[in-house]
Design a protein around this ligand. Structure first.
Ligand code: 7PJ
Length: 285
């Protein structure tokens, strides 16, 4: 049994679970423009109802070419939303690389820090270690503004895996318990289509590190490259890669389309090994 500890939550990852994306940004690549506090809270509530085990709230877009957001603005955007959702008992993750934002979010009740820089910004590791939160360590090559210009690796799987192992060990050294650590190869973050596919094909090697693997593939440009579809038309492709990732050991899928992904995982899980993916029994018809 794989249990992820996140603040006061214990999330059963024996079957793959879903992390729902809540963007509170002007310029996220898919569903940005939801700066309104009440709309963001309502959206998060809906994702939880649809079966998200965690909601991941982000106030700064990290899509290729995105401009940075001032920490004070990011904090002001996120804190009331985190406080409202955590107050209702939700497991809230905050998608940020900034220690000041992490600290404020943890104080407001966040249970997880999702950091695309894997806690490498000075101060981030200490803030995360003090809060009792879970951490998601993601691999990125380069900087969001320029990372897709010319991504290059010797062996992408070995390099990403070695990086995640190093960062997970650094967390353990800093006092973060192993059962609070999640690793993520960072699809699309300084990776060509071939790199993304190589990582997905060999996700088992990342899972072999011994930490739950999170895969963020939802509606990303690799789905567009494969299917030729625009953002609004990438649901089917996203479900296919989510299942492929689950089949190779991913335990958390970070997605926009929670209801559809939960159903797809439930159907796949039933065949694979498990009676349903989020706790309800199924009966013979
Ligand atoms: C990811 C993320 C991802 C983790 C974003 C998007 C772009 N965090 N934040 N993994 N992607 N851990 O929403 O597709 O893949 S921002």
């Amino acid at each position: 049994m794989t249990i992820l500890k996140a603040g006061k939550h214990a999330i059963d990852l024996s079957t793959p679970r879903v992390m729902g994306i809540v963007n509170v940004t002007t310029d996220s690549f898919y569903d940005g423009g939801r700066l309104d506090r009440d709309a963001a809270i309502a959206h998060a509530r809906r994702l939880i109802e649809e079966g998200a085990a965690i909601v991941d709230v982000g106030g700064e877009s990290t899509r290729p070419g995105a401009e940075p957001v001032d920490p004070a603005d990011e904090l002001a955007r996120l804190v009331p939303i985190v406080a409202a959702l955590a107050g209702e008992g939700a497991c809230v993750s905050v998608d940020t690389m900034k220690p000041a934002v992490m600290q404020a979010a943890l104080a407001a009740g966040a249970s997880m820090i999702n950091d695309v820089r894997a806690l490498q910004v000075p101060g981030a590791m200490d803030v995360a270690a003090a809060g009792g939160a879970a951490v998601c360590l993601m691999h990125m090559q380069g900087e969001p503004r320029t990372m897709q210009r010319a991504p290059a690796y010797g062996d992408v799987v070995d390099e990403v895996s070695a990086f995640l192992r190093r960062r997970a060990l650094a967390c353990i050294d800093a006092g973060i318990a192993g059962d609070r650590i999640v690793v993520d190869p960072g699809f699309g973050f300084g990776k060509s289509l071939a790199h993304n596919l190589d990582l997905l094909r060999n996700l088992g090697e990342i899972a072999a590190l011994g930490f739950p693997v999170l895969a963020g593939l939802s509606r990303k440009s690799m789905i567009g490259a494969i299917t030729g579809r625009n953002l609004d038309d990438r649901l089917a492709g996203s479900l296919a890669v989510a299942l492929a990732a689950a089949a190779r050991g991913a335990r958390l899928l970070r997605v926009h389309d929670v209801r559809e992904t939960v159903d797809a995982l439930a159907a796949w899980s039933a065949i694979e090994r498990w009676p349903g993916s989020h706790g309800h029994e199924w009966t013979e018809q």
